[in-house]
Design a protein around this ligand. Structure first.
Ligand code: HEC
Ligand code: HEC
Length: 308
């Protein structure tokens, strides 16, 4: 905060307080000996004889105002509130947060450490570990992957059998710890509109080819698309289009589409490319927690009833 705004906050805050207390003082009417005929009124009259008395505030009420003012002053001395002045109490949001986190780590850290030596496949069947994993998942992962882990367009389903980066426990630990970036280049300019149409025709023919259709019987568009696929795509998606988990390049022969399954969806991916990010959790989650979370992710498939 610059010097000017610092002074501005001081003047505004203390000025308002002083102003309120002055107003209170100046409007306080002295307590008078009560005489029955001494009726000071505000001068308002209704219905001929209905008047509004101008009695002083009850003392206890008046004192409440004074106490509030004094409380505010004491608060501003102890806690931060006046510009850059940090208060003499040494309190800050950050120090409170850190103290609470340290306390929680002391309390829960051991709970996770207890699982450190259990193999992950065993953890994935351990009800206590899965309960802890589910809590972390709901807190930190569900915003993107959904509370049931089924994902959404652009955010992978973690409960199915299709994996961009692999589902070996080490692969999932690496995904969560370091994050991942799936880079699909924008190939529209290189392929041209017609080229994109042909490549899509080839992608549509892939399930038929896998089922045994002769390549020679493909439509001309698909055959042209195959040639383009061989020059532009196999470096990442592989000659058989089954993907490459080292690069996070998806299998294009299955029915699982991360970015949508319509021709328009696929055209959009090809024209604009994608740079899809899974954020790294290393700074937020301890290795013990990531192991428990990995077990939970692996358990999603069993609970979703997906076939291997
Ligand atoms: C900000 C959104 C976001 C959050 C939060 C997030 N993820 Fe992801 N996650 C992604 C995206 C996007 C991808 C796909 C990356 C790619 O396309 O290569 C991904 C990929 C993954 C994968 C790899 C899936 C595969 O098919 O290989 C796993 C496993 C995963 N996330 C688990 C988690 C877990 C566990 C958490 C909670 C700690 C989490 N994610 C939090 C967005 C997110
Ligand atoms: C540099 C490596 C690379 C090249 C070259 C590449 N891709 Fe990709 N592609 C990827 C990656 C990585 C993804 C996953 C993007 C993500 O994580 O969101 C992807 C995603 C896709 C998708 C979306 C899949 C889905 O499930 O929604 C399609 C379709 C696709 N690529 C087709 C192609 C075609 C066709 C070509 C050639 C014309 C090609 N790619 C070339 C790396 C590549």
């Amino acid at each position: 905060m610059s010097g000017f705004w610092n002074v501005w906050v001081w003047v505004l805050t203390l000025g308002t307080l002083a102003g309120c207390l002055w107003l209170l003082q100046s409007l306080t009417t002295r307590r008078k000996e009560k005489l029955p005929e001494d009726k000071s009124t505000t001068g308002h009259v209704w219905d001929g004889d209905l008047v509004e008395l101008n009695n002083p505030l009850p003392r206890w009420w008046l004192w409440l105002f004074w106490i509030t003012g004094i409380y505010m002053l004491v608060y501003l001395i102890i806690y931060p509130g006046l510009g850059t002045f940090a208060g003499i109490g040494g309190w800050s949001q950050r120090s409170q947060y850190e103290a609470e986190m340290a306390k929680a780590e002391k309390r829960f850290g051991n709970v996770f450490a207890a699982f450190a030596d259990t193999p992950i496949p065993d953890l994935a069947r351990n009800a206590d570990a899965l309960r802890l994993g589910r809590n972390i998942f709901l807190n930190r992962c569900a915003t993107c992957h959904g509370s049931d882990g089924r994902g959404a367009k652009g955010f992978p389903n973690l409960s199915d059998t299709a994996w961009l980066w692999g589902n070996a426990p080490e692969a999932i630990i690496a995904t969560i710890t370091n994050g991942r970036t799936g880079n699909m280049p924008a190939l529209g300019p290189a392929l041209g509109e017609q080229g994109v149409t042909e490549v899509i025709a080839y992608l549509r023919a892939l399930p038929k080819l896998a089922a045994g259709t002769e390549p020679a019987t493909l439509a001309p568009d698909a055959t042209a698309g195959q040639q383009k696929f061989m020059s532009f795509c196999i470096g990442c998606h592989g000659v058989d289009a089954r993907g490459n988990q080292m690069l996070g390049a998806p299998n294009l022969t299955d029915s699982d589409w991360l970015h949508g399954s319509t021709d328009a969806d696929i055209r959009d991916v090809l024209m604009k490319g994608r740079s899809n990010q899974m954020p790294a959790q290393a700074d937020i989650l301890s290795p013990d927690r990531i192991r428990v979370l990995t077990a939970y992710v692996l358990s999603l498939r069993e609970s979703s009833g997906a076939q291997p």
